[in-house]
Design a protein around this ligand. Structure first.
Ligand SMILES: Nc1ncnc2c1ncn2[C@@H]1O[C@H](COP(=O)(O)OP(=O)(O)OP(=O)(O)O)[C@@H](O)[C@H]1O
Ligand SMILES: [Mg+2]
Ligand SMILES: [Zn+2]
Length: 502
């Protein structure tokens, strides 16, 4: 019996699946074993029509398709193509010899053409790792699969084309990855944002060490604008990071059609009405949430107090562990979620509590309720709190161009290089990830720095977590200055961004 190889997506990795079809005498029926009940009915209808509309006869006999192993949960319409090919092979329409070295995935339309599916990059990585020679994918997914080395990617437009290829009638030309790395472009450049030197410096530090940031200030001062500009000062993705980010986007189905590797760090800004599942992932068929789509990039929560407190509490695990774990009967899935958390808020419901030019009209009670919407433990996770005040008129009307993002990014990249040297041989990438137990090794302050920190601790009652965070931010500030020792000036600057803790 000919076997067709396909793939099951589990979290962001994949396992091989074998599809076998038995056609025997008996009453006409078409059963698929090993797929979840919900998807089977539709799959059967699509496969039947696609086979007929590709000018093959659909057998009138008893057809049993088995997807093995049975204990791996298989999801989605990606098994249409392997099931259809296996059925045609069982009837002798397809030469079976190359089936054992080729992985196949794809959804069928009723007319026999192929539709794109999710998780193609993940399946292609598995295929290469397991030594398969080729993968057949829908044409719209070909660039995504083609980034995987040592694997022949066959982009198919229709079932008929796959059969012609397998029979050696007309070979599909393998897809070659589009090597020209697209120029990174950004919607907002820092040179378009006037003034706000303090906020820009804070974002530079955040970008350099991947520290979490809270932007606070009255309405219209440019908080959203500054946040949206941050991707332009982040370092480019390494190939490894790019593969991770693209795998997650592929599994979640948010990769654009025809897109290969993602080359710009993700910037995700979910709306404040989003649910816990869309934020952190999960569901009956677990899908990555916003925190994983933001992996190696930025998660931006604009209007932070508008988010439900219950939803925000779900951020604590991914922030702490750098991954989301979803437990299901069959297995525990892990979705990576290492992101820079960036949030913006007004100081009070009317927004003008910290604005010297306009009176705040909120009652003390409404301000206190507003601030309570964000829990202390979550607030504690922001390494930098940046006040974004109103611009003075002179700065606003000035034509003097501000520093361009590319110049800031160059400093960020230098600081990141120091970090990759520091963390060589560990799983860490940035200063923000330094575990508490290693702060004493990597964030050692000199005598002056220690003294200042002690004074600040006595005067300000920093929480223990706040203390560690100041040291990590100071580490990044020293890195930006190209200095090994953390000195008092670095500690002083880091402390500025925690002053509003009181
Ligand atoms: N520093 C600046 N340089 C240039 N334009 C600015 C600056 N600050 C604000 N603006 C302009 O003001 C608009 C409003 O800014 P933005 O939406 O970022 O404010 P905000 O702080 O997010 O306000 P809110 O608290 O109401 O959300 C921007 O779209 C931009 O056109
Ligand atoms: Mg805003
Ligand atoms: Zn107010």
């Amino acid at each position: 019996m000919p076997h067709v190889i396909s793939a099951a997506i589990i979290g962001i990795s994949a396992e091989p699946i074998t599809v076998e079809t038995d056609v025997s005498q008996g009453m006409g029926c078409f059963n698929v074993v090993g797929l979840p009940d919900t998807g089977v009915k539709e799959a059967r209808e699509r496969i039947k029509s696609a086979i007929r509309n590709s000018n093959f006869e659909f057998p009138r006999h008893r057809v049993i398709v088995n997807l093995a192993p049975a204990d791996i949960r298989k999801q989605g319409p990606m098994y249409d193509v392997p099931i259809a090919v296996s059925l045609l092979a069982a009837r002798g329409f397809v030469r079976a010899d190359i089936l054992t070295t080729t992985v196949m995935i794809g959804e069928l339309a009723l007319d026999g053409s192929l539709r794109p599916v999710n998780g193609v990059l993940t399946a292609a990585l598995m295929a290469a790792k397991r030594g398969y020679k080729a993968i057949v994918v829908p044409a719209d997914n070909a660039q995504e699969a083609a980034v995987v080395p040592n694997l022949v990617v066959l982009a198919a437009a229709s079932l008929r084309q796959i059969v012609s290829h397998l029979d050696g009638i007309e070979n599909i030309v393998p897809t070659i990855t589009d090597e020209t790395i697209a120029e990174r472009t950004f919607p907002i450049d820092f040179c378009d944002i006037k003034g706000q030197m303090h906020a820009k410096r804070g974002l530079e530090i955040a970008a350099a060490g991947a520290h979490n940031v809270l932007l606070k200030g009255p309405p219209g001062t440019g908080k959203t604008l500054l946040a949206r500009a941050i991707p332009s000062i982040l370092p480019p993705l390494t190939r490894e990071e790019s593969l991770e980010a693209t795998s997650i986007a592929s599994v979640a189905g948010v990769l654009s059609r025809g897109e290969g590797l993602i080359n710009v760090r993700p910037f995700r800004s979910p709306h404040h009405s989003c649910s816990a599942v869309s934020l952190v992932g999960g569901g009956a068929w677990p899908r990555p949430g916003e925190v994983s789509l933001a992996h190696r990039g930025v998660l931006f929560l604009d209007e932070l107090p508008e988010f439900s407190r219950h939803v925000l509490e779900h951020l604590r695990q991914p922030l702490e562990d750098g991954e989301v774990t979803v437990s299901r009967a069959a297995a525990t899935l892990r979705f990576p979620s290492r992101f820079l958390l960036l949030a913006a808020m007004n100081p009070c419901p009317c927004g003008f509590a910290t604005d010297p030019r306009r009176p705040c009209v909120c009652s003390a009670k409404s301000i206190s309720l507003y601030r309570k919407r964000i829990s202390g433990p979550l607030l504690d996770r922001f390494d930098l709190v940046i006040e974004v005040p109103n611009l003075d008129t002179a700065t606003l009307v000035s034509d003097i161009p501000a520093e361009a993002s590319s110049e800031i990014r160059a400093r960020v990249e230098t600081a990141r290089r120091l970090q990759s040297d520091r963390f060589a041989g560990t799983a860490l990438f940035t200063n923000s990830e330094i575990p508490t137990s290693r702060i004493k090794d990597w964030c050692r302050a000199d005598e002056g720095g220690k003294k200042l920190l002690e004074q600040a601790l006595n005067a300000q009652a920093l929480s223990p977590r706040g203390y560690g965070r100041v040291l990590k931010v100071a580490r990044t500030i020293a890195d930006l200055a190209g200095e090994e020792a953390i000195r008092d000036v670095h500690i002083a600057e880091a402390l500025q961004y925690r002053l509003s803790e009181k």
